[in-house]
Ligand binder design. Structure first.
Ligand code: ATP
Length: 315
């Protein structure tokens, strides 16, 4: 069983428009509303791959009810903690080839709610082997909140796959309890290390990890590089992953699909090569669709076979 954590889920609303008229009325016929937040994208993709998944996190109010209804509609199991304040809406206006986003900050979580969630999480970890934690923290929770979840999971020998950025990532990767895997993109690893990454040379990635010994202690580091594939460190081994050129429809959420693939590979004890191929294939499949956090598994075998994993020997 894979447990996914989404601390600040949303109702994602997409408004497709020919032209966005500023300071005027815009009428929209084809509104799409979906349960959103990075962790719920991960959840949906795991479900589409027909693996066992259960979603947790915080929800509140009628928007929280809507999120749960959307998950029920596709038979996703969930165990959310109910909070007093309302969950948020996130709006994407798709216009003239652009995407303008309006993201609500979301609810503020009380100290008691944070503590109660930790207790619930601790119980849920018993049924999971792998736990994914994705996205930003809602206000009210301390920036070391994810580190607490990692500590609980590690003590129970559960593997945490962490996909967050900024201060949350910095704190969660500074020890003493480390996640089993992190999946930063180029910008996120550069911000974390203060070094720039040359995507054309895996040596540049090896140097980054060599310079940051605490990162070396993290068993899996997968740096996703959009259309350029990924670099990965698994234990003491480094890999460059090359991916095929595809017709991109919407790459938003490809990182989440990648995390879904990593979670399944690790949960099923696949080889690192196959896990990386699966993860890249899921990211690519997401980029080939208009919907976020959606993959068409019919195309999986074909895309998987086109992903190449090259081991890099450091000595
Ligand atoms: P997001 O935050 O939108 O979820 P991300 O920045 O975390 O994305 P990316 O590195 O953009 O993650 O994408 C993850 C993976 O998805 C890539 O490693 C690659 O396999 C696939 N992917 C993303 N964009 C493209 C693209 N334009 N063409 C082909 N594959 C892509």
């Amino acid at each position: 069983m894979i447990l996914t954590v989404t601390m600040n889920p949303s109702v994602d609303i997409s408004y497709p428009l020919e032209i966005l008229k500023i300071n005027s009325v815009n009428r929209i016929a084809n509104v799409r509303k979906e349960a959103g937040g990075k962790g719920l994208n991960v959840t949906r993709v795991i479900k589409q791959a027909q693996e066992e998944v259960i979603a947790t996190g915080l929800i509140g109010g009628v928007l929280g009810d809507y999120i749960v209804k959307r998950l029920d509609a596709i038979n996703i199991k969930h165990q959310f903690f109910d909070i007093a304040q309302e969950s948020r809406n996130c709006i994407a206006i798709l216009h003239e080839g652009n995407q303008t986003e309006i993201l609500e900050q979301g609810p503020t979580i009380s100290v008691e709610e944070g503590t109660a969630f930790i207790s619930k999480f601790s119980v849920l970890t018993d049924i999971a082997k792998v736990i994914t934690i994705s996205g930003s923290l809602p206000s009210g929770l301390e920036k070391d909140f994810y580190r607490k979840l990692i500590d609980i999971s590690n003590k129970k020998n559960k593997k945490v796959l962490l996909d967050c950025s900024g201060k949350c990532l910095e704190i969660a990767t500074s020890g003493p309890w480390l996640p089993y895997l992190i999946k930063p993109n180029k910008e996120e690893i550069e911000q974390l290390t203060g070094m720039s990454l040359d995507t054309g040379s895996i040596k540049s990635f090896v140097e980054m990890i060599d310079t940051h010994k605490s990162l070396y202690e993290i068993p899996w580091i997968v740096v996703s590089l959009g259309k350029e594939g990924a670099f990965a460190k698994v234990g003491g081994h480094y890999f460059a992953v090359a991916i095929p050129k595809i017709k991109v429809i919407n790459p938003v959420g490809s990182g989440d699909a990648t995390v879904a693939g990593l979670a399944i590979g690790i949960n099923n004890i696949e080889t690192p090569e196959n896990t990386l191929k699966r993860a890249m294939a899921f990211g690519i499949l997401n980029a080939m669709e208009a919907k976020t956090g959606y993959i068409n598994m019919i195309k999986y075998t074909d895309i998987f076979s086109q992903v190449k994993v090259y081991p890099y020997f450091t000595r």
